[in-house]
Write a protein that binds this ligand. Structure first.
Ligand code: AMP
Length: 249
């Protein structure tokens, strides 16, 4: 069984994001980019499933500019077997990403597709759900534990009231929550080996999916500046301020 893992290139989570002066978006020039953290968890989970003998191949796929090859190579260094880049210089919205992934699924015929629950740039949390609708496959979102037996996946999800455990018939869509696993680091020899692993490039046209834009970003504002803190003289002065001046106690 093949596991397909879509990975998105995003601004590294350690970088302080800066809004462009004209408010049209965030600054991406000379900014450190990385695999979206939830996608890294998805790669790790796919690798663990393969290591347990429930899968034979882990394929990672990214949709975006040629630079996405860097993140695909990082995923190959972690242990993925092969990579596919769907190259486009425009920024596809989640529905288009889901349609492109559906076209890849039709080509690749994976038994499982593991996505991040959301990409930390747009915070959309839509692609996995839309892909499940397009494929007609069962879905389990926000997975915090995944177990595979035969043609079933058992997925524990974090929900408001506690934990929910679902059984899904494969093929299925799973999206990862933060506590599912702790991704491994790539060892240097694997980084070297990853350079020789197959990375195929396709275009949206080859997949028969036009890139449509249905949303327009009107403006992006930075969060309001926090006012500077003050030093208090004593614990009593602190308590007094907390009691009388704090907005929420
Ligand atoms: P989103 O719905 O945009 O929050 O993204 C959820 C998940 O969909 C991500 O964690 C990825 O697994 C996948 N995804 C979204 N956009 C892309 C992309 N451009 N390329 C590859 N995977 C993507």
């Amino acid at each position: 069984m093949q596991i397909l893992v879509p990975v998105k290139r995003v601004v590294d989570y350690n970088v302080k994001v800066r809004v462009k002066p004209d408010g049209s978006g965030v600054e991406l020039d000379n900014v450190k980019m990385a695999i979206n953290p939830f996608c890294e968890i998805a790669v790790e989970e796919a690798l663990r499933i393969k290591e347990k003998g429930h899968a034979t191949e882990v394929v990672v796929a990214s949709i975006g500019p040629a630079h996405c090859q860097e993140q695909l190579r990082s995923a190959l260094a972690l242990g993925a077997d092969r990579a596919i880049l769907v190259q486009t210089d425009s920024t596809p919205e989640p529905l288009t990403v889901a349609k492109l992934l559906k076209a890849l699924i039709d080509r690749e015929q994976p038994g499982l597709c593991i996505l991040g629950k959301q990409a930390i740039d747009g915070d959309n949390n839509q692609t996995g759900q839309m892909l499940a609708a397009l494929t007609g496959w069962p879905q389990a979102t926000f997975a915090s534990e995944v177990t595979l037996n035969d043609d079933q996946a058992q997925v524990t999800r974090e929900v408001d009231g506690g934990m929910q455990t679902l059984s899904l018939k494969l093929p299925a869509i799973i999206t990862t929550d933060l506590r599912l696993n702790e991704p491994r680091y790539a060892a240097l020899p694997n980084i070297m080996k990853a350079k020789r692993k197959p990375l195929a490039t396709l275009t949206p046209e080859e997949l028969g999916i036009p890139i449509e834009h249905r949303l327009t970003t009107l403006k992006v504002d930075p969060p309001p500046q926090r006012s500077a803190g003050i030093m208090v003289e004593s614990v009593d002065a602190l308590l007094d301020k907390l009691k009388n001046e704090a907005k929420v106690l």
